[in-house]
Design a protein around this ligand. Structure first.
Ligand code: SAM
Ligand code: SF4
Ligand code: SF4
Length: 327
């Protein structure tokens, strides 16, 4: 039996796949999955049991699709708080006005994340006309309630030049944090417009490092610590203290890895976490071979498995965007 010692454990729960937008890069194929709150509530009990067994902090991130399209959102957040979990909501922000922000405040959410994929023209090109203005209004509504608000920027080939402008904009807006990560496109799909070549990402990391020094951009994701020389070194949690539940109950190790390891209607989260063969394989990767001579290897442990899987079909090799690994 493996020994599991975690300080915290994150559940990213996609409570519905319904969404009012159709972003170009979105990894969802289905936009209809939806079940009433009473049908999905057992997920919370399973998660509660898991964090009790691991004696760690529960971090519940509710998302979608668009989580604000689910009428049960606030009840789920209230329930999670009663169970002692930390809660966050990941949203596109376009349905978030003063009433919703007040309601989220009353639920005691620890933070809300809103996606901005560039300034207006670029963002609207990816997410649809008018979505930038509505998301910005959402950020303002959250800040008016004093809710910690982070902005998520998904780096794609068609928006890679936007980070600098977006950083200044988010600073003026009063957002608490701007973070970014790479788009993940399955290798079999036509990815020319979206997938970011390694050289371009490396250049972006240097820009991000300069912005990080001014406190404008958070550089806490895989590989981002290298030019930033940040003390915080992130490592990919796939297989470890992270699980994803989709709106139909399917469970994944990470939303960006293409594996379904079971369904909560048949097997509970704790059993899936401990016994799923895919979870065991992910945990067994440790430090991939091409990373062993790297001075960051024990902390970074090979970068992002989702990027490796999307670009090469394998998750047990170094992150293909890392210039320090031996390939
Ligand atoms: C699936 S969305 C759900 C929340 C909300 N609908 C939104 O767009 O923010 C959560 C995050 O996943 C990102 N995302 C969607 N498809 C992705 C992909 N193929 N690769 C990487 N991130 C992706 C979105 O940009 C967003 O920041
Ligand atoms: S708003 Fe989020 S869930 Fe909806 S299409 Fe865009 S990325 Fe996908
Ligand atoms: S060589 Fe491997 S361990 Fe080192 S920074 Fe790159 S991906 Fe991380």
């Amino acid at each position: 039996m493996e020994n599991f010692t975690y300080k915290d454990f994150t559940l990213q729960w996609h409570i519905t796949h319904r969404c009012n937008l159709r972003c170009k890069h979105c990894y969802q194929e289905d936009y209809s999955a939806f079940e009433d709150i009473d049908k999905i509530k057992p997920v919370l009990s399973q998660y509660s049991e898991l964090i009790k067994q691991y004696n760690c902090i529960g971090r519940l991130n509710i998302t979608g699709g668009e989580p604000l399209t689910h009428p049960g959102l606030y009840d789920l957040l209230d329930l999670a708080r009663l169970k002692g979990m930390r809660t966050g909501v990941l949203t596109n922000g376009t349905l978030l006005g003063e009433w919703e922000a007040r309601r989220l405040k009353a639920c005691g959410v620890d933070y809300v994340q809103i996606s901005l994929d560039g300034m207006e023209k670029v963002h609207d090109n990816i997410r649809g006309k008018g979505s930038f203005d509505r998301a910005v209004n959402g950020i303002c509504a959250l800040k008016a309630q004093g809710i910690f608000t982070s902005v998520s920027f998904t780096v794609q080939n068609n928006n890679i030049g936007e980070l600098k402008k977006l950083a200044s904009f988010c600073y003026i807006l009063g957002a608490d944090k701007l973070w970014f990560d790479r788009v993940v496109i399955p290798s079999q799909e036509d990815s020319e417009n979206l997938s970011v070549p390694a050289e371009n990402y490396w250049k972006l990391l240097k820009t991000a490092a300069r912005l990080n020094k001014k406190g404008r951009v958070f550089c806490g994701r895989s590989l981002q610590f290298i030019p930033c020389r940040d003390k915080l070194i992130y490592h990919c949690s796939a297989g470890e203290n992270l699980l994803i539940v989709l709106a139909n109950g399917d469970v994944m190790p990470c939303r960006r890895l293409p594996y379904v390891i079971g369904n909560v209607k048949e097997t509970d989260l704790l059993t899936l976490h401990q016994s799923s063969p895919v979870m065991k394989q992910l945990r067994a990767v440790g430090i991939p071979e091409g990373c062993r001579e790297c001075k960051y290897s024990t902390l970074c442990r090979g970068g992002s498995k989702c990027i490796a899987a999307a670009k090469t079909g394998r998750f047990d090799i170094p992150d293909p965007d890392c210039m320090l690994s031996k390939r």
